[in-house]
Design a protein around this ligand. Structure first.
Ligand SMILES: Cc1ncc(COP(=O)(O)O)c(C=O)c1O
Length: 369
């Protein structure tokens, strides 16, 4: 079994404020007279109402549902994930931090690919963990987290946790469900797999029997920041076995997801046709961008996300392109990690397809080397 920090394995800590929404559910009835909590329940909110309208003001008075039941019910119904396998928090980033807090204590070793989504390493180091970073597997047309290297490092380093983004950011690479299961098999029993599926909505492969499953020893994270367009409101969810989620709930910041965010997420989830259309449009733009840069002779990385990675001949070329575009008022992503400093990442928004918008990049691709 993967390990928890010793300080969490006994009784408690016990959340002192499960919240009124949870209490009402336990009692099976509404509590109309709320005289025991100290929010500004009688604030008139004239300014807020004038600025945003009454609908917003109605959502801001009290703390949100710490169990996010409405959002979890919708996710469960739409994706077939059992309700008790879902935990909602303030975005995938927050869930990464929560997963680290739940599974690691200072001094333990964690593993992540050198150059992958850097927030994991940032949070892990901030929690006092030792970060070991195996290299990507690189080949013509391939930039992929090296699953064998991750498993080998986990054994060699007696790791507490392995982080894998699948699909990966910034490469866009997707490992199959089979490969993920084999990775889980290959890891030490005592090691967690933190599987960041922030881009899972943009996968092209058909859902498998594992898509909606909590896997033993695995904490899966997803977000409503991307396919649902709610990054600014901060909401995401974890899929894991109930015992794991119970442990996460012990150390979770219980009101991290605001009432407004919960309400907005419910509205968006209730309009899944709009989400589906958005995903379809993003994928079409992603393919258009890929084709365009392929035709120019670029090393375009296959992507199962909402962006396209382009590997340039050197870090210097990528740096110059990045800087020049910035001076033109165009921000593309260039990763800070030295292992991937020759990769430019372009998000598949309509603006990226405006003719001439990325002319500087096009010229760098076509320049004789
Ligand atoms: C791999 C990965 N994980 C997590 C996140 C953060 O998502 P959220 O906005 O839900 O915190 C991102 C955002 O770019 C990401 O690329």
């Amino acid at each position: 079994m993967p390990r928890y920090p010793e300080h969490l394995t006994g009784e408690g800590p016990i959340n002192p404020f499960p919240g009124i929404k949870v209490l009402e559910r336990r009692l099976g009835q509404k509590i109309p007279h709320q005289l025991g909590s100290n929010e500004g329940l009688d604030m008139p909110h004239q300014a807020l109402r004038a600025h945003f309208g009454d609908a917003l003001a109605e959502h801001v008075y009290g703390y949100g549902d710490a169990e996010a039941l409405g959002v979890r019910q919708r996710l469960s119904a739409q994706q077939g994930i059992p309700l008790e396998h879902l935990l909602v928090d303030a975005g995938a980033d927050s869930l990464i931090a929560l997963a680290v807090r739940t599974t690691c204590e200072p001094g333990v070793t964690v593993i992540a690919t050198a150059g992958t989504y850097p927030t994991f390493g940032y949070f892990a180091k901030g929690a006092g963990c030792r970060l070991v970073e195996p290299a990507y597997h690189e080949a013509p047309g391939v930039l992929a987290p090296d699953l064998e290297a991750l498993a080998a490092a986990a054994h060699r380093e007696n790791a507490r946790l392995v982080y894998l983004a699948n699909p990966d950011n910034p490469s866009g690479h997707l490992h199959s469900d089979r490969a993920i299961l084999e990775l889980r098999e290959a890891l030490p029993d005592t090691c967690w797999l933190l599987l960041d599926e922030a881009y899972s909505d943009f996968r092209d492969d058909a859902p498998s029997e594992f898509t909606a499953k909590a896997l033993p020893g695995v904490i899966r994270l997803r977000t409503l920041s991307k396919a649902h367009g709610l990054a600014g409101l901060r909401i995401g969810y974890a899929i894991a076995e109930p015992t794991v989620l119970a442990m996460m709930m012990k150390v979770r910041i219980h009101y991290a997801v605001s009432t407004l965010t919960l309400a907005a997420a419910e509205v968006v989830l209730d309009h899944s046709d709009e989400v589906r259309q958005h995903i379809k449009d993003v994928k079409a733009r992603r393919e258009q961008l890929s084709r365009h840069f392929h035709a120019l002779g670029a090393d375009v990385l296959p992507s199962a996300t909402n962006f396209v990675g382009i590997r340039l001949p050197s870090a210097d070329v990528a740096g110059a392109v990045h800087q020049q575009l910035l001076e033109e008022g165009v921000l593309v992503a260039r990763l800070a990690h030295p292992a991937l400093s020759n990769v430019i990442r372009i998000t598949a928004v309509a603006d990226a397809l405006v003719p001439g918008r990325l002319a500087t990049l096009e010229q760098a691709i076509q320049a004789p080397s």
